[in-house]
Design a protein. Structure first.
Lengths: 110, 115
């Protein structure tokens, strides 16, 4: 399984765009990049998944360069409720387990 | 939006007692998982279950742990003789296909406290 590296924490203010970058140098050809969000005492929640280039949904955008060795989660105009831990994972598919790292603690301030 | 439902939300048990944590995965999902998270630590994989059998388990999932899908809708985790270090949040998750695109849906968890 490819190891992921992301910042331990980030601070932002309401209304700003937040970009969290993750590196996954050993990503395999069939791997997807997946981001989850976790609030205290709750289960992780799927945010977005991508394989290459750009993926956008109603919550976030995911940018993946051509070499796929990194990815950037972009959260537009964050609010206080976006304060959470964000996990970057490499999903091998086929029902395999997800391996969570420490994640990035995002603190949004007013 | 479909949900994974876990019961109970909190469970306090005495050391050495057996506990059963229950989960109702999303109805058309085929892959089922248990994870745990000790307070302040990472989310850790315990076991995956597909086609009525364990497909993978971690080192944590020793002989004290077992899983079952007794009736086609529930998915349970049993801890036979709880230890203090089993105190954690336990999350059930399910996935439709196990493939890329859809992600895994996690439940809200059961907080297990062993005293």
């Amino acid at each position: 399984l490819a190891k992921t590296t992301q910042p331990i924490s980030m601070d932002s203010y309401e209304g700003q765009e937040v970009n969290i970058t993750c590196s996954h140098n050993n990503i395999a050809t069939n791997d997807y990049i997946t981001w989850y969000q976790q609030f205290p005492s709750q289960g992780p929640r799927f945010i977005i998944q991508g394989y290459k280039t750009k993926v956008t949904n109603e919550v976030a955008s995911l940018f993946i360069p051509a070499d796929r060795k990194s990815s950037t989660l972009s959260l537009p105009r964050v609010s206080l409720s976006d304060t959470a831990v964000y996990y970057c994972l490499v999903d091998t598919g086929n029902g395999n387990k997800l391996v969570f790292g420490a994640g990035t603690i995002l603190r949004v301030k007013s | 939006e479909p949900e994974v439902t876990q019961t109970p939300s909190h469970q306090v048990t005495q050391m050495g007692q057996e506990v059963i944590l229950r989960c109702v995965p999303i109805s058309n999902h085929l892959y089922f998982y248990w994870y745990r998270q000790i307070l302040g630590q990472k989310v850790e994989f315990l076991v995956s279950f597909y086609n009525n059998e364990i497909s993978e388990k971690s080192e944590i999932f020793d002989d004290q742990f077992s899983v079952e899908r007794p009736d086609g809708s529930n998915f349970t985790l049993k801890i036979r003789s709880t230890k203090l270090e089993d105190s954690a949040m336990y999350f059930c998750a399910s996935s439709e296909t196990g493939q890329g695109n859809y992600g895994y849906t996690f439940g809200s968890g059961t907080r297990l406290t062993v005293v």
